[in-house]
Design a protein around this ligand. Structure first.
Ligand SMILES: NC(=O)c1ccc[n+]([C@@H]2O[C@H](COP(=O)([O-])OP(=O)(O)OC[C@H]3O[C@@H](n4cnc5c(N)ncnc54)[C@H](OP(=O)(O)O)[C@@H]3O)[C@@H](O)[C@H]2O)c1
Length: 313
C-alpha cells in the first residue's frame, strides 16, 4: 500500500515529454479539485487543463491559483473552465462538442462529478434516475463522446488514460446487476431510501462493467475505476442527508464521518498515483491506488450482435 509520501514521490516523477491535455469533469471541488491542483503543480502549470462543473466562481478561484509557466499561453499551455450541468446528457454532449472544438487530443480524462442523496430520488427530464444520471450515465457520455480525442493521444504514443472516481469494487461481482431493473426505473420506486441505495449500488457495478466494455474495445488505453475512500468533501456531507425523523442521524453522521475521512489533497495524491500507473487495460483500484483487479487485452474483443451499448446500457 503506497503511503501518501510514496504516492507523492512517485507523482513528482511525472514529467511528460509532451504538453499534456487533462480534462477534469468535477474539478471545481472535492477530490477533482485536489487532483487539478496537484496535477498542475507536478507539471508546473505546463498543460492544457479544462475543469468542468456548474460553479463558475469556484472554477475561477482554482484556475487563478494554478502555477503559470513563463512564456505565456503562446507556449501551448492553457487553463480553462467549461460550464456544464451534467444532470442532463444533452448538456454533456454540448460540453463535449465544445471540448472537441478546443482540443485535438486528450491525455487524461478524469471523471469525479457525482451526486448522492438519501432523500432525492427524482427522475430527470430525460427519463433517467437522477442518481444514475449523475453517477453513471454522464460518465458513459463523457467517455463515448471524447474517445476519439483519447485515441488521438494514444496514436501519438502519449498517455491515454480515463479514470472514474466513484465506487470501484462496491458493485458486481458482490452484487450482480439486476437485469430486470436496468436503470432503476422499471421496478416500483416506493421508499426513497431503498431506491436511492439501489441506484448508488447499481452505479458502482454499472461503472465497472462500462469501463470493462471500453477497455475491451480500446486495448491500448488505460481505463481505471477507483474508490476514493472516505474523503472530507461536500459529497461526504450529502451522503448523510436524511430528513424527517431520521434528521438526527444526519447530524450524527456529519459529526462522526470527518474523523474517519482524509483530506481531498491526500486523496488526490493517491488518485494521481493510480492515474500515472498502468499504461493500458482495465484497472479496478482501491483508495490507495492499489490494483484490486487488472486485465489487459491484446486486440479489441469482438462483440456479439446484441452488444449495442450506444445508449449506455
Ligand atoms: N467524498 C467521499 O467520501 C466519497 C466516497 C465514495 C465515493 N465518492 C465519489 O467520488 C466522486 C468525487 O466526490 P467528491 O467527494 O469530490 O464530491 P464533491 O466534493 O461533492 O465534488 C463533486 C463535483 O461534482 C460536480 N458536480 C456535482 N453535481 C454536478 C452537476 N449537476 N453538474 C456538473 N457538475 C456537478 C461539482 O461541481 P459543481 O458544484 O461546480 O457543479 C464538483 O466539482 C463522486 O462521484 C462521489 O460520489 C466520494
Amino acid at each position: 500500500m503506497p503511503t501518501p509520501a510514496v504516492a507523492k514521490a512517485s507523482n513528482a516523477s511525472f514529467s511528460p515529454s509532451y504538453l499534456p491535455v487533462a480534462i477534469f469533469a468535477g474539478g471545481t471541488s472535492g477530490v477533482g479539485q485536489g487532483m487539478v491542483e496537484a496535477f498542475a503543480r507536478y507539471v508546473q502549470g505546463r498543460a492544457h487543463i479544462i475543469i468542468i462543473g456548474r460553479n463558475e466562481h469556484a472554477a475561477a478561484d482554482i484556475l487563478a491559483r494554478l502555477p503559470k509557466p513563463p512564456g505565456g499561453e503562446a507556449d501551448g499551455w492553457k487553463h480553462e473552465f467549461v460550464a456544464c450541468d451534467t444532470t442532463l446528457m444533452a448538456n454533456v454532449r454540448t460540453a463535449c462538442a465544445d471540448i472537441r472544438a478546443k482540443c485535438a487530443r486528450i491525455n487524461f480524462l478524469i471523471l469525479t462529478a457525482g451526486y448522492s442523496s438519501m432523500v432525492n430520488i427524482a427522475v430527470t427530464s430525460e427519463g433517467l434516475d437522477l442518481h444514475l444520471a449523475m453517477r453513471y450515465y454522464q460518465r458513459f457520455v463523457w467517455i463515448q463522446e471524447l474517445l476519439p480525442l483519447i485515441q488521438a493521444a494514444q496514436g501519438r504514443s502519449e498517455d491515454a488514460k480515463v479514470m472514474s472516481v466513484l465506487g470501484a469494487g462496491l458493485g458486481s461481482p458482490k452484487r450482480p446487476i439486476d437485469l430486470e431493473n436496468l436503470g432503476n426505473t422499471v421496478k416500483p420506486r416506493n421508499g426513497r431510501f431503498s431506491v436511492a441505495m439501489r441506484s448508488m449500488i447499481m452505479s458502482s457495478g454499472y461503472t465497472d462493467a462500462m469501463l470493462a466494455h471500453f477497455a475491451t474495445q480500446n486495448p491500448d488505453i488505460a481505463f481505471t475505476h477507483i474508490h476514493p475512500g472516505i474523503v472530507n468533501t461536500n459529497a461526504l456531507r450529502s451522503t448523510a442527508d436524511f430528513d424527517g425523523l431520521l434528521t438526527p442521524l444526519s447530524w450524527i453522521l456529519n459529526f462522526i464521518l470527518p474523523f474517519f475521512a482524509v483530506s481531498q489533497d491526500e486523496c488526490a495524491e493517491h488518485m494521481l498515483y493510480a492515474l500515472f500507473t498502468g499504461e493500458r487495460g482495465l484497472f479496478i483500484r482501491d483508495r490507495y491506488g492499489n490494483a484490486v483487479s487488472e486485465l489487459a487485452f491484446e486486440a479489441p474483443v469482438e462483440l456479439s450482435e446484441n452488444s449495442d451499448t450506444s445508449h449506455g446500457y
